[in-house]
Design a protein. Structure first.
Lengths: 160, 323, 169
């Protein structure tokens, strides 16, 4: 009789242990389920941050920014400098320096008013990319020869 | 017999508790260790992301100093990379960061200056901590005192007329001498060699000599050069000559690229016929003398002055300026 | 007596078990509430949206007002100033400055913000006057969150023209 009681007690202990570990298992599964999306979200946020950083780098690129006697004008690109950059941005400079700066991305400028000219500043899309983050920034396009400001848009696409 | 069974049963219970207890403790112990390492990686990742944002921010806004609270971890910097714990990331060619090799402590100062030659070429980011003391020894002349004044007040800096005015405050010391071979202050002779370093700036020839402390003397570790105050400040903030030279190369590479653009732009402006001062010559010279193995500060300086002169003339002629 | 004590003991044990059950139920409920708070009710972090919206309004307005038009080489700011003046003097191809500035602003907004499916409200007005000089609304509801940018343009007799761009959503 006592033997049976001890057996029941032992089964009870084992059952408690099993339930205890099952609960911990549930907890762990639950925790990993929460952590998984959080990690993905963090990655997503970092990727978007990178896209913003790339847009910021382009917006403040000394190579194309408008300046007068060394004083920089924000949100403004000099058309003559853009043309010159397209001329310079070839070979080693494009493949090493600007790739190091912009990575896999496309950077272009569209002149909206008056309509017409478009420039491709940098083109290095990632084939088979998982996703793309695009940012458009309105900018002034300054023509130093005619001293006119046109309305343009800086398009930045960053791939991963 | 009955009591023997009881003893076995009690012993079995204890053995059972022991095994189960060890298993449970092992399980939770390993879980804690794993969580700790995961948390370390996560903190390192956050620091890296924030540092990247700070470095990018320096390219956008200059002349403001940002005190940044950081976790008490070691952030290691070199000219081309940055690492926290086991994680590391590259510092790209367009980002020029002058910093000590190791940043420790809870506070970090990030400060940026624009580098113009004479047109805007890039921004330099300087990183330091309150624990590093910059001591200007006998800075005679406007240039030296101007350099001191350029450093923000938040940075741990001081001026002394003589090295005898330096006391050991337990900081890391960076001594800046001007046209004067450095001597180890008597108060710092017993300080570990790695905690004291010096540079001697030759203002007349744009040269900087880097020194390492070796007991009661300073040993020269090499001579480098600089173009403009922001670059000279870079030497102040750099840990050693190798890091400084690496950043110097990055800066001159950028000057080379930007000058190529200005040269091409000048060529187009010359076609407008507004003025005869759209001369590409000075730009061509800067391009040649900013090549990695051909850097010549005097020649670059001479051409910068020519460009500045032409720019003023173009302004007075109401023509589009060179920069 | 012995039976009574036995029953009392059993009763106490049951009470303790019920207390244990209640604690477990409470713990599960608290855990569940945590889940609801941190997982279900968590707002999506949108770094890009907050950055883009805050920059977009001020950038667009700043660039727009600086833009040179094909009307006597005047920029948008000058056209607004002329339009708000008592005696407008700018005419180009039979079009006055008010019509011209509206034409340019509408064109630029359509080709930029509208094309990118952004909800916006553009308003150029002199405080106290009945009619705005320029007003465009692209589904910008009053209830929506707004990132706003305003520029003040000096016109006649020290009065100012307010040019506001709200990006909504």
């Amino acid at each position: 009789m006592k033997n049976k009681k001890s057996q029941i007690k032992m089964f009870e202990t084992i059952a408690v242990l099993i339930i205890f570990f099952v609960l911990i298992g549930f907890g762990l599964v639950f925790y990993s389920r929460i952590q998984g999306p959080q990690f993905q979200e963090k990655q997503e946020e970092n990727f978007e941050l990178k896209a913003i950083q790339t847009a910021q780098i382009v917006s403040f690129l000394p190579e194309i920014q408008c300046s007068s006697d060394g004083i920089i004008t924000n949100d403004c690109f000099d058309i003559l400098k853009i043309d010159a950059l397209n001329y310079v941005n070839t070979g080693e400079i494009r493949d090493e320096y600007y790739f190091d700066t912009f990575g896999y991305s496309n950077i272009s400028i569209n002149q909206i008013y008056p309509p017409g000219v478009n420039w491709e500043i940098y083109k290095r899309p990632l084939t088979n990319s998982k996703s793309k983050s695009s940012i458009q920034v309105p900018i002034s396009l300054y023509n130093a020869s005619s001293r006119e400001y046109n309305f343009g848009v800086l398009n930045v696409d960053v791939y991963r | 017999m009955k009591s023997k069974k009881g003893v076995i049963s009690v012993q079995f219970n204890w053995v059972f508790i022991l095994i189960a207890g060890v298993l449970i403790l092992l399980f939770f112990g390993s879980l804690v260790l794993k969580m700790r390492s995961a948390s370390d990686v996560s903190i390192a990742e956050t620091i890296m992301t924030n540092m990247q944002t700070i470095i990018t921010g320096a390219e956008v806004s200059v002349r403001t100093i940002n005190p940044i609270e950081i976790p008490n971890t070691e952030i290691k910097f070199s000219c081309n990379s940055m690492s926290v714990g086991t994680l590391s990331t590259t510092i790209t060619k367009n980002k020029i960061v002058f910093s000590p090799t190791v940043i420790k402590g809870r506070k970090l100062f990030a400060w940026a200056l624009d580098w113009n030659s004479p047109y805007h070429v890039t921004n330099f980011l300087y990183l330091t901590t309150p624990n590093i003391k910059y001591v200007f020894v006998n800075p005679t002349g406007d240039y030296a005192t101007g350099l001191y004044d350029l450093l923000p007040d938040e940075i741990n800096k001081m001026i002394v007329d003589d090295i005898s005015g330096i006391t050991n405050t337990g900081n890391y010391f960076r001594l800046i001498f001007f046209n004067d071979p450095p001597e180890v202050p008597s108060a710092l002779i017993r300080v570990p060699n790695n905690d004291v370093s010096a540079i001697n700036v030759d203002i007349n020839f744009n040269k900087i000599t880097f020194y390492k402390k070796n007991g009661n003397i300073f040993d020269s570790v090499g001579v480098s050069t600089y173009l403009g105050e922001p670059m000279l400040l870079g030497a102040l903030f750099s840990q050693d000559i190798d890091d400084y030279n690496c950043n110097l190369k990055k800066a001159f590479n950028k000057l080379n690229i930007v000058t190529q653009i200005y040269k091409k732009r000048t060529e187009v402006l010359a076609e407008s016929g507004c003025s005869s001062y759209y001369d590409q010559g000075p730009f061509s010279s800067i391009i040649i003398y900013s090549e990695e193995d051909n850097i010549n500060i005097n020649e670059i300086n001479r051409n910068i002055e020519t460009i500045k002169k032409y720019n003023k003339i173009l302004q007075s002629e109401s023509c589009p300026t060179l920069y | 007596m012995l039976m009574f004590t036995d029953k009392m003991k059993k009763n106490k044990k049951s009470q303790a078990e019920i207390v244990g059950l209640v604690i477990i139920v409470l713990l599960i409920t608290i855990g569940f509430l945590f889940v609801v708070k941190f997982v279900i009710m968590k707002e999506e972090p949108d770094t890009k949206k907050s950055f883009v919206y805050s920059e977009l309004a001020s950038n667009t307005l700043n660039v727009l007002l600086k833009t040179t038009t094909d009307c006597e080489g005047s920029d948008v700011t000058e056209l607004f100033q002329d339009c708000a003046a008592l005696h407008p003097r700018i005419f180009c191809g039979g079009v006055n400055s008010c019509d011209k500035v509206n034409e340019v602003v509408e064109y630029i907004l359509n080709k930029s913000l509208k094309k990118w499916n952004k909800q916006y409200e553009f308003n150029a007005y002199i405080p106290g006057s009945d009619e705005p000089i320029s007003y465009y609304n692209n589904n910008c509801d009053e209830n929506l969150d707004k990132e706003s940018s305003t520029y003040y343009i000096l016109i006649f007799e020290g009065r100012t023209l307010h040019v506001t761009l709200d990006i909504c959503g």
